[in-house]
Design a protein around this ligand. Structure first.
Ligand code: NCD
Ligand code: ZN
Length: 343
């Protein structure tokens, strides 16, 4: 049977929530990934080092005994973040970055930043402390078409941030467009991007054609085929600026399958399998290891992991849902077949 063994990977963009959802989802990530960059968009958001440390403890408590998993904590940047908190974060070995959500851009982003220029002094401090800034790169202007929000953000905010802070390490999270790929490629080595499995596997037809599919709804929204092709090329091209970040974002099935469904795809149940499918289709399985296990660690200046994970060519059917009835979460490709299975 065909197998693929790679160095144990890292997920550089992950939502695990807290409470019952956390305990439902964390083992999926911990059995495949050695580390994950944990997003801070809880309710209330994780804005201080003290909160991040408490959240880290909660995550570690939820990891099943026997699995070796390290959460890499991030802080949620707000207009009231203080320079002292940035200094504290820089000095804390468990905090690895700040996350910038434009206010209102996505799930639990109400506390995000409304006026990005107003927080430039904070970005200056991050640059000085060499703390990476992770950006949800979408404008929130109601007048801007949802399919254009990433492209417009590049022109109205990202270009200016990158010019003003040439040494600030920036991860443009979950890139979804040709323009974002181009921006990252053309930028200095301090700017990189994560790419999700859903944006490599699906175009917007998978969301809207032949019926509306809420489990394919995430932000930034899935784009047309030409963008998907640009993302596949970036992910499989061996460029260290592009690395794995699932953006696995669990929501209760009841909150997805409703008149106004939440944004977020749950992919942690089969993260590597989904990426393997995308890389195999591009005839680039040999590029998966560096994308999944090397480039992200290098950018975050972490040692590469030791140990390996093995995927086997083995068709299996993804369950309809994970979790007990009260926390039922519908995964990506629910009730569908996947061609790879991790051992
Ligand atoms: C994420 C979530 O649910 O927290 N949702 C999503 O659609 N990706 C937030 C985010 O990363 O935008
Ligand atoms: Zn996310």
């Amino acid at each position: 049977m065909k197998t693929l063994t790679i160095t144990r990977p890292d997920d550089l963009h992950l939502h695990v929530r807290n409470g019952a959802v956390l305990t439902t989802v964390i083992a999926h990530t911990a059995r495949q990934f050695a580390r994950a960059v944990i997003m801070p968009n809880l309710k209330p958001p994780v804005t201080t080092v003290a909160q991040a440390l408490a959240y880290r403890d909660e995550i570690l408590q939820a990891v099943p005994v026997g699995l070796d998993f390290t959460p890499l904590m991030t802080l949620y940047l707000t207009a009231s973040t203080t320079l002292a908190e940035i200094q504290k974060a820089a000095e804390c070995e468990y905090v690895h970055a700040f996350k910038l959500y434009p206010a209102g851009a996505t799930t639990n982003s109400d506390a995000g930043v409304a006026d990005i220029k107003a927080i430039y002094p904070l970005l200056e401090a991050m640059q000085q402390h060499d703390l990476p800034l992770l950006i949800h790169g979408e404008v929130t202007d109601d007048a801007c078409d949802i399919f254009d929000r990433e492209r417009v953000f590049i022109d109205t905010s990202l270009t200016d941030i990158s010019r003003n802070f040439p040494d600030l390490r920036i991860v443009v999270e979950h890139v979804t467009t040709t323009e974002a790929v181009q921006f990252v490629q053309d930028a200095g080595d301090n700017i990189a991007a994560t790419i999700t499995p859903q944006h490599l596997l699906f175009n917007r037809n998978a969301l809207l054609a032949g019926g509306i599919r809420p489990h394919h709804y995430c932000l930034p929204i899935i784009k047309r085929e030409s963008h998907r092709l640009a993302l596949v090329k970036a992910a499989t091209g061996g460029n260290p600026k592009f690395f794995l970040g699932t953006d696995s974002a669990p929501h209760l099935t009841s909150l997805k399958e409703t008149a106004c469904g939440c944004a977020g795809c749950y992919s942690a149940h089969a993260a590597l399998e989904l990426y393997a499918e995308a890389f195999e289709r591009a005839d680039a399985l040999d590029k998966l290891e560096a994308f999944a296990s090397f480039y992200g660690a290098d950018f975050y200046r972490l040692p590469r992991n030791s140990g390996t994970v093995t995927l086997q060519k083995n068709v299996w059917k993804v369950p309809a849902a994970y979790g007990e009835d009260s926390v039922s979460i519908t995964p990506l490709k629910a009730n569908e077949e996947l061609g790879w299975k991790s051992l």
